[in-house]
Ligand binder design. Structure first.
Ligand code: NAP
Length: 260
């Protein structure tokens, strides 16, 4: 398999490093010279990576081409490109619909969208894909797993869900600051909470048959401290805040996609 990357930045770098740490059968990876720092480093580190100045040459050479430029410049960079008939296109570009990409790029056998996160570099991120061509799902399976969305709304729902990352850290920061208020050292509180949440995430992954609701119950002794905190959180509208935040970001994704 020959892979191409148009836009060699943070996320392309993560996908490439992740793939090259696995057995994924790749014979060549052709990356756009821009961004220069990423492409030079990748080519220097890996024999299978080579750098190309011309984006059309990447289209011509690769079996699967990843589009990973920023949305603001996507039309300018991609318009007029021609994909040979058997090329699979995988867009990592946020919000741009497949129909719009097909207006810019002619040819190609299939177009997919995907939302890999930087932790694909360590093969521990599940990537949402749409519609989920077999080869694209297989590739992201190597990077930690893939979930294929049946509809664009479901796919945009994953995009909204991925926007919870900063909120996760807000919860930890608020908890750490509260513990500091009780006299704890910040570094100790940080270490304690990071390990607590990492352990919970690990247990969750190891018990795939348990819903989150079941895990809430499993971690709530009746009349105990965890039950009390969860009840206060919900009473203070923590659950409603999460729903409102996801509704808002979903609406923003739809508006940016021209689908509102
Ligand atoms: N970062 C994430 O976590 C993440 C996750 C999922 C999806 N995405 C999506 O992936 C895309 C890239 O994100 P990113 O974070 O990787 O951004 P990034 O680090 O800015 O990478 C984009 C790259 O595109 C290059 N570029 C600019 N003009 C180009 C051209 N004419 N031809 C080829 N390459 C060109 C830029 O090079 P210069 O530096 O020379 O301008 C830059 O290195 C975005 O659409 C984003 O929505 C990102």
């Amino acid at each position: 398999m020959k892979l191409g990357f148009i836009g060699t930045g943070v996320i392309s770098d993560a996908v490439i490093r992740g793939l090259l740490s696995t057995d994924y059968p790749v014979s060549e990876i052709i990356v756009s010279r821009r961004g220069r720092e990423f492409s030079q480093k990748l080519a220097a580190e890996f024999d299978v990576v080579w750098v190309e100045d011309d984006n059309q040459a990447i289209m011509d050479a690769a079996d699967m081409v990843f589009l990973a430029v920023r949305p603001q410049i996507a039309e300018k960079v991609l318009s007029g490109l021609k994909a040979p008939g058997n090329t699979q296109i995988v867009s990592l570009i946020a919000t741009i619909p497949i129909a719009t990409l097909q207006g810019w790029i002619s040819g190609g056998t299939s177009f997919d969208r995907a939302i890999p996160l930087p932790s694909v570099a360590h093969c521990n991120c599940v990537t949402a894909v749409y519609p989920g061509s077999t080869k694209v799902v297989a590739l992201f399976d190597m990077l930690g797993g893939a979930v294929a969305a049946d509809t664009i709304d479901a796919f945009d729902g994953y995009a909204a869900g991925s926007a919870l990352m900063a909120t996760y850290f807000e919860i930890l920061e608020n908890a750490a600051q509260w513990m500091v208020g009780q006299g704890s050292d910040y570094a100790d509180a940080r270490r304690y909470l990071a390990a607590l949440f990492a352990g919970l995430a690990d247990n969750t992954l190891k018990s795939p048959d348990q819903s989150f609701a079941a895990l809430v119950e499993g971690h709530s002794t009746p009349g105990g401290l965890n039950e009390q905190v969860a009840q206060t959180f919900m009473r203070e509208k923590g659950g409603a805040a999460i729903h409102a935040a996801l509704d808002d970001v979903f609406a923003r994704i739809k508006a940016a996609s021209g689908d509102s």
